[in-house]
Design a protein around this ligand. Sequence first.
Ligand SMILES: C=Cc1c2[nH]c(c1C)Cc1[nH]c(c(CCC(=O)O)c1C)Cc1[nH]c(c(C)c1CCC(=O)O)Cc1[nH]c(c(C)c1C=C)C2
Ligand SMILES: C[C@H]1O[C@@H](n2cnc3c(N)ncnc32)[C@H](O)[C@@H]1O
Ligand code: SF4
Length: 454
Amino acid sequence: MSNALVNKYNIPGPRYTSYPTVPYWDNTSFSLSQWKTSLHKAFSSSNSEEGISLYIHLPFCESLCTFCGCNKRITKQHGVESPYINAVLKEWQLYLKLFDEKPIIKALHLGGGTPTFFSPQNLKTLINGILKHAIIAENYEFSFEGHPNNTTKEHLQALYDVGFRRVSYGVQDYNDTVQKAIHRIQPFENVKRVTEQARAIGYTSVSHDIIFGLPFQSLEHVKETILKTKSLLPDRLAFYSYAHVPWVKGNGQRGFKDSDVPSGELKRKQYEIGKQLLAEVGYEEIGMDHFALKSDTLYQSMISGDLHRNFMGYSDSKTMAMIGLGVSAISDSWYGFAQNVKSIEDYYKLLDADTIPVYRGHILNEEDLIVRQHILNLMCRFKTSWTPTYLYFDALPDVLVKLEEMEHDGLLLRTKNSVEVTPKGQPFVRNICMAFDVLLQRKQPHTQLFSMTV
Ligand SMILES: C=Cc1c2[nH]c(c1C)Cc1[nH]c(c(CCC(=O)O)c1C)Cc1[nH]c(c(C)c1CCC(=O)O)Cc1[nH]c(c(C)c1C=C)C2
Ligand SMILES: C[C@H]1O[C@@H](n2cnc3c(N)ncnc32)[C@H](O)[C@@H]1O
Ligand code: SF4
């Protein structure tokens, strides 16, 4: 990969876990009642056929990792667990009231923060409280994010007992210097232990999250981390580009200087060496920043064309309705998005008043729906087309003009009715999506909102 290309295309850009992207939501024409109507419509038309997905945000962590871009609250007081679980179950009740039939749960994901901050018993109470009012779908998928430093056999067993078969562990990097800089001391032995324990209990997919581009991280550090990862052979892994977004409120990206963060050129080398080392033992690249063994369902869904992308990253399949419970969680009714308030205090206050705690959202118009489909096609299948003709939209000719230079640089191939990302263009798929992102084209942000694309 030439440095010239990396430098040319390394610009701030969205990660496209949604379209429109969160900063471009039209919150002024969004209301709670519209959201309820939109979700009700999605639920009624899809629950009996495909079920729904649930995301539950569990925001507590015992200590702050200084690279982290997630919404979390640092505390060592475990007294916070029960009130939070009660609040989430109350929120679930408010949603249940909207529905005329029992929800069928196809996918359930516990994210954070640190779900394993909660005791095994409290996690069971939470899940049983959710499932009591629902039907579990036939091919259900329950997954959670575990912290290797505090996941115990008891956590793994308790969640297994209520249906969990997938776990992803935050690994990030194994080098001591990098671990010190990101304030996350986490020996390999911890990751090895929890990976082996999950397998022994019967989990069918263990995933590791790794990041390149962290402060002080060299090419050697990335190699060392990937080699150690390979020795445990996780079924999947996320290989994220470090998103340096110190302006996001409360994310605590400090303790190192901007100049301690690797350049775009070094990041691209780190990515390429990682990808090469992973390919040697059979990992296949899945869309952007994910890898899976051929035996994993994520790979199989990419081959069958079912791969989907949403706020949780990539998934095997999609449901039309996805409900996010907990602070800052985002829900998706296919025709609309809604996000919950971010502070725990505000969340409790709204629930005490029997109000679904969303504070912003967006209802998709016709153009949004078409552009979203193109972006999903690019992110999940590296190609898109406007046959069938309903995927044509008025601004498409302008988009195609924007693609000319990327075509010239060898990042994509165009036919009369389609765009296909070349292998050379795959690392720049976010840039290609940005050409389709008509809202971004119409209104460039005044301040930096997004992380860099490389
Ligand atoms: C497990 C933690 C999560 C990660 N991403 C999300 C969660 C719950 C989902 C998420 N993160 C952001 C948004 C946008 C809404 C918002 O509150 O602003 C959503 C839905 C914010 C965000 N997180 C990261 C960045 C760079 C941003 C800003 C917007 C952007 O650049 O797109 C960093 C980041 N967080 C996570 C990952 C995997 C990641 C970067 C690779 C985890
Ligand atoms: C859920 C996963 O999200 C990843 N994650 C969290 N914050 C960031 C960031 N700023 N940049 C890249 N990845 C991040 C971690 O790898 C974590 O394990
Ligand atoms: S990386 Fe995980 S443990 Fe660390 S602060 Fe973020 S959510 Fe908490």
